[in-house]
Design a protein around this ligand. Structure first.
Ligand SMILES: Cc1cc2nc3c(=O)[nH]c(=O)nc-3n(C[C@H](O)[C@H](O)[C@H](O)COP(=O)(O)OP(=O)(O)OC[C@H]3O[C@@H](n4cnc5c(N)ncnc54)[C@H](O)[C@@H]3O)c2cc1C
Length: 460
């Protein structure tokens, strides 16, 4: 065990799920499932007499939609116990997206089936405002993933439409991530409109107070977390004052920023990420970056790839001496949670968490590791990585130059771990498409799902 770093978190709750212990990452999703089923059972058991079945079922869909959207608001609160239950804020962010989309899909049968001839004057319009607002924001949120939604034959059409002059103007109007994020934060207001619509126009509530108070409780909790997130989180979250020490170009489009603590240091485990607030020449920017330094270092380092508006200009925007604030740490990407036989896969800047692991290594590595790091050209940090490998017999590095050797494949990875798929742990970080391919092929090769760990760099 490396001195100075706390032991990996124990499995949450140790819930026994049919015949096996529930993995830490499954506790959160399992809780969502239990809540959704529990509400459905409640509505089935206390269904008041005289309710038309179709409309009652439609209203249940509405109540489930409010439940899922409220869970989405709780998940994005970034509170420590959310991190615990979802095994990392990055996972909670992924589930935030999943429950929100499912909640919105349930609005369709709700609208089609529900009817209240005696609806209130305010209920109907609030319902419409809520639904339209949430759907518009959700479509905007998943736009970057349009390729996963649009069938392949239609993609050419979408690309042509996207590149049409008017579409370019519309995209300029929508702006980048920051503008999207600012408007996305209004989602809670539309959830509130939908919630009040249900409260005003829900027909079973008069005869079934238990349904009403359950509904009020669910919506109330979701909106309370929304208010916490929007008004209090910035004052109550774990924030640490730092100052930019150095801004170093590592490679074309790759910059390392080192920050020195001005007060209490951030206490992190190698592999964790943080919300990094940097005051640049054009104002404050808030972005998640994985900490690539080791906990024993005097400074915190992040390694940033030019992937968009801000990161492309970072080197010109940030200078030594500028203030920084580090929020967190977050994430549960930790090789000590794996089995004795491990594979680490890094793609491009996805090397960041592995750099922190390698830099934090002190004494023998307790497991045998094959570390695959694929990059276009000579891999940044190659010398440093080879130096660490030379000092650790159980660590083997495979630096893959994709411009010469082509993309890293699952076959090549598994060839290095002959016939050990069942007992293998795989830790991956890199481009989404690459990790999705590895995930499905490793599963097909017999690597258990609970042994495949990844850090999500893309939450949207
Ligand atoms: C958990 C996590 C760890 C990460 N670690 C690293 C790292 O170590 N090194 C690195 O180079 N990159 C890392 N990233 C990605 C990095 O946060 C984005 O590349 C960066 O925020 C892009 O900002 P931009 O303004 O240049 O891009 P934009 O053009 O504004 O956005 C490009 C894409 O980056 C993402 N993004 C932008 N801003 C944010 C934000 N504030 N919060 C979340 N996502 C955002 C969005 O998906 C967006 O579609 C990490 C992301 C996450 C979620």
């Amino acid at each position: 065990m490396n001195p100075g770093t706390s032991p990996p978190p124990a499995r949450v709750g140790g819930v026994f799920w049919p015949h096996r212990r529930l993995a830490a990452r499954d506790v959160g999703p399992a809780t969502i499932l239990v809540l959704v089923l529990a509400q459905a059972v409640l509505w089935a058991v206390v269904a008041p007499a005289g309710q038309p079945t179709g409309s009652y079922v439609g209203q249940l869909f509405g109540a489930e939609s409010i439940l899922l959207l409220s869970i989405g608001l709780v998940l994005i609160s970034t509170l420590p116990w959310v991190e615990e239950w979802f095994d990392g804020i990055d996972r909670a962010a992924i589930w935030h997206r999943r429950v929100a989309i499912t909640g919105l899909v349930l609005l369709a049968p709700h609208v089609l089936l529900s009817a209240n001839p005696h609806g209130t004057a305010l209920g109907g319009p609030l319902g419409a405002i809520g639904a339209i607002g949430m759907i518009a924001l959700a479509v905007w949120a998943i736009l970057p993933r349009w390729q996963y939604v649009v069938p392949r034959p239609l993609r050419g059409l979408v690309l042509a439409a996207r590149d049409a002059p008017i579409a370019r103007d519309v995209r300029r109007l929508f702006g980048g991530y920051e503008r999207w994020r600012a408007l996305h934060r209004t989602t809670g207001l539309f959830v509130a409109a939908g919630f009040v619509h249900g409260l005003l126009d829900g027909t079973p509530f008069d005869k079934a107070p238990l349904l009403r108070w359950t509904y009020v409780g669910i919506g109330g909790i979701g909106l309370a977390f929304y208010v916490y997130r929007e008004l209090l989180a910035r004052w109550l979250g774990p924030l640490h004052d730092y100052q930019v020490e150095t801004v170093r170009e590592i490679d074309a489009g790759l910059v390392e920023i080192a920050m020195r603590p001005l007060g209490r240091r951030v206490d992190f485990i190698p592999g964790q990420f943080a919300m990094v607030y940097l005051e640049a020449k054009d104002g404050w920017h808030r972005h998640p970056f994985t900490i690539s330094s080791a906990p024993h270092e005097d400074v915190v380092r992040v390694t940033v790839k030019a992937l968009g508006d801000y990161t492309e200009r970072l080197q010109h925007l940030v200078e030594p001496g500028m203030p920084a604030v580090i929020g967190g740490p977050h994430g549960r990407f930790d090789h000590r949670r794996g089995t004795d036989r491990q594979v680490w896969i890094a793609g491009g800047v996805g090397v960041a968490p592995f750099l922190s692991w390698l830099r934090a290594l002190d004494g023998d590595l307790p497991h045998r590791v094959d570390f695959f790091y694929s990059a276009d050209g000579e891999a940044p940090f190659a010398e440093e990585i080879r130096g660490v490998v030379d000092r650790h017999g159980s660590l083997h590095a495979h630096l893959v130059d994709t411009s010469v050797e082509g993309r890293l494949t699952t076959e090549r990875v598994l060839a290095a771990t002959t016939g050990e798929a069942g007992g293998l742990s795989v830790f991956m970080c890199g481009p989404n498409g690459m990790l999705r391919t590895f995930q499905s092929q490793l599963r097909a090769a017999g690597v258990p799902a609970r042994n495949i760990h990844r850090e999500y760099f893309d939450w949207r």
